[in-house]
Design a binder for this molecule. Sequence first.
Ligand code: SAH
Length: 243
Amino acid sequence: MTFAATVLTLYPDMFPGPLGHSIAGRALAEGRWSLEAINIRDFATDRHRTVDDTPAGGGAGMVLRADVVASALDSLGGTAPVLAMTPRGRPLSQARVRELAAGPGATILCGRFEGFDERLFEARSIEEVSIGDYVLSGGEMGALVLLDACVRLLPGVMGAASSGDEESFESGLLEYPHYTRPQMWEGRTIPEVLRSGDHARIAAWRKAQAETDTRLRRPDLWERHIGARVQSPSGAQRRTKDE
Ligand code: SAH
């Protein structure tokens, strides 16, 4: 089954853009996923091809019309979940990315201006997704981010080594830091343990680093990780909060 990505946008020329390069681009060329960018403007009904209008209640900017966007959406077949890029949405997570990557694909609505008429979300089954607590000028970059995160997880896209679950967020922790040659750079060496060849020691060091870095850099993730360990029935026997 090929992961089918459909993007609804006012700027279809932005796709595949960065996703035509490197890992995602190779996978696209190999047919491991497909990408279709649909111009929302093609579904406008007036001769000016209007897709937006002024906000009800007044205020700055323009709002994407529910009727035009819904027509674009309703023209699609397929079973992929429909996501809309919006800062008001649920923050994107690696867990959600994994679920999406395991499914049939994703249909992604890209907002512009002030965003979508809210009635769109009431009338259709749409999952609102945010890629972070900052405001972009459009949803296209968000769609690229989401798709890049999904595509790298598709079977055969990345080498087994790098798609493993040691990576940041997969275990609820940040990943440990990396080093490579030269062994001495600007008077700094690679941690001795990584040169020891002792795989057990290396694994223990990496685990400790991942935990310390997560605790210091992302107390929010650390709290959740600790909570999950204390609550999980298997973990509860072996590990406690005071460990
Ligand atoms: N008025 C909106 C911002 C609109 S920005 C607000 O304050 O919430 C225009 C479009 O960019 C949005 O419709 C959305 O599609 C996209 N966008 C902006 N920031 C985003 C974010 N953090 N995550 C996902 N999409 C975003």
